[in-house]
Design a protein around this ligand. Sequence first.
Ligand code: SAM
Length: 260
Amino acid sequence: MTTKEATQKEDTLIRNTTDHIQEVAKWMGVTIDPNNPHHQSHIPSFVNHRSHMSPAQKKAYETLKDQFVIPFDATQKLDYPTLFGREAPTILEIGFGMGETTAKIAHSRPEDQFIALEIYSAGVGAMLNRIDKENIKNVLLMQHDAVEVLVHMVAENSLSGVHIFFPDPWPKKRHHKRRLIQPPFVNLLVSRLKTGGYIHCATDWEEYAEQMLEVLSGHVGLQNTATDYAEKPAYRPLTKFENRGIKLGYNVHDLVFKKI
Ligand SMILES: C[S@@+](CC[C@H](N)C(=O)[O-])C[C@H]1O[C@@H](n2cnc3c(N)ncnc32)[C@H](O)[C@@H]1O
């Protein structure tokens, strides 16, 4: 590549990233300074509160964080082969909660590797415990807002899949803007997926499922793998929380879309 081509490529990358930041900012109704990658003023899809950690979670957090939690750095792109020590399809999970599903999927898909994001320290502590006790080799964690990780640290066309299981439904209308699955965020996800890569969402909130179906179906770069809602893929286990919901009569919907 000539110097001119390299400069042009860099300019395009900067422009695309800037567009995403501005688009996400517009969606969240705030101004973000794209020239300052550390600028963090936006309405997040989560509420900041201190989560209580059990002694076991706290211990795992203190002793294992440096080994398995990738620090947020707005100036660095994630280099998957270096991080995992191998070339393999990389899946990003957003909001792993306590990590029950993450761990089961990691065991059932050893050929894939997972970068799992969660904000709450208790969840990170719990998942670090699982990684340690269950000797999980194909999961790394990040404790940071998914929007910022995607914008700054995930390279375009680099992910093989995205998992978003039971994202906060934000049921009140005035909170709907906090929902993750909205057109600008889906644009951002699609830009980070490889062609053929997938987005898998699951929710037990009927009206959010409808919103997901509408938003994902409305993206020209995505193709539904089903007519509308998908069969639950075998790799996604039923969680305790989900089983309880099913007994109470909640329907769970899976949505699986591919980047075309
Ligand atoms: C309702 S919980 C579901 C947890 C888990 N996926 C499950 O199925 O049990 C949603 C999780 O997403 C996390 N979350 C919400 N917005 C996030 C964001 N922007 N970045 C990372 N995690 C986020 C929350 O902290 C919360 O733990």
